[in-house]
Design a binder for this molecule. Structure first.
Ligand SMILES: Cc1cc2nc3c(=O)[nH]c(=O)nc-3n(C[C@H](O)[C@H](O)[C@H](O)COP(=O)(O)OP(=O)(O)OC[C@H]3O[C@@H](n4cnc5c(N)ncnc54)[C@H](O)[C@@H]3O)c2cc1C
Length: 266
């Protein structure tokens, strides 16, 4: 069973800063981690390899510093690291990101399974996994909290808001996984040392056969960010004086009425 795991390096903070002049994320100076859901995807892949044999390749599209995320995956059990890095990939939206990942999967494969996290904790769209499936015309099983393989089919339990759904698809397929699928293992020290001495296989746009350059990077991204801004939260505090509750309640109601009128007027 040959498995490709897509991992994204994300900022280790909930504070995402945007460059207002380019409308892109500012990465400089922000400590980075492997997107937590991608560690669940990797753990699922390593367990499947332990059961069925084969290999686990981890892939990321990002700047050179994303090598660190790949090395962490290597320490956690991946067999191969692939870095897709090229200035021309920069500024990609989810369409352009998933297009490049899908083209790379075609070039490096065939893979029986492509695993993604359910979403990235910075971009948060949960679109890349399903879009890879669409680019490759493969079945997609999303939000998997259990995976099992039987001959040439994959079965998952899909985690929904109120219930769980059992789904089955023919291999090859693209899966996205949730946090509850497993508890990722801790890295082995020997593997970590080995990871630090191992370089990822690096590909630029020129190395991906058949890549349509009009579909990559900022210019190939159908999403155009027109403006970014930090929402202003207005807060007014009123202390209601007085010892008689009925009077205080009536003051409260009149304040709420005024607030409602001023909100409606906006
Ligand atoms: C016009 C535009 C410009 C942008 N410019 C930039 C920019 O300059 N820099 C920037 O960092 N972001 C930029 N973004 C955001 C970027 O598009 C998203 O970060 C990226 O497409 C992934 O989307 P997401 O974070 O919502 O991932 P999700 O769809 O939430 O991720 C789901 C899963 O897909 C996989 N995945 C996602 N991204 C990658 C990846 N890069 N490599 C491997 N696997 C991946 C992971 O398994 C992940 O768990 C831009 C977005 C737009 C709309």
């Amino acid at each position: 069973m040959n498995i490709l795991v897509c991992v994204k390096q994300v900022p280790d903070t909930a504070e995402i800063h945007m460059d207002p002049s380019t409308n892109t994320l500012v990465r400089t100076g922000v400590p980075s981690i492997v997107n937590p859901f991608d560690k669940n995807a990797l753990e699922a892949a390593v367990r499947l390899r332990e059961q069925h044999g084969g290999s686990v390749t981890t892939i990321t599209m990002g700047p050179l510093q994303a090598t660190q995320a790949l090395r962490e995956c290597y320490a956690l059990g991946a067999d191969r690291m692939v870095l897709l890095t090229d200035r021309r990939f920069g500024g990609a939206d989810t369409y352009a990101t998933s297009y490049v990942l899908a083209q790379a999967a075609k070039a490096l494969g065939p893979f029986d399974l492509i695993l993604c996290g359910k979403q990235a904790i910075d971009g948060d769209t949960a679109q890349v996994g399903p879009m890879i499936a669409e680019h490759l015309h493969l079945p997609q099983l999303t939000y998997a909290c259990e995976i099992s393989i039987e001959d040439t089919t994959v079965q998952v339990v899909q985690e929904c808001d109120n219930d769980h759904i059992c789904l089955r698809a023919q291999l090859p397929a693209v899966l996205t996984v949730t946090k509850s699928i497993n508890e990722p293992r801790l890295p082995n020290v020997m593997r970590r040392l080995q990871a630090n001495r191992t370089e990822p296989d690096t590909f630029t746009a020129d190395d991906l056969p058949g890549l349509d350059f009009s579909c990559i990077g900022l210019s190939g991204s159908p999403t155009k960010v027109r403006k970014t801004f930090i929402p202003v939260h207005e807060k007014q505090t009123h202390i209601i004086d007085g010892t008689i509750p009925a009077d205080a309640v009536s003051v409260l109601f009149s304040l709420l009425d005024t607030a409602k009128i001023s909100l409606t007027a906006r």
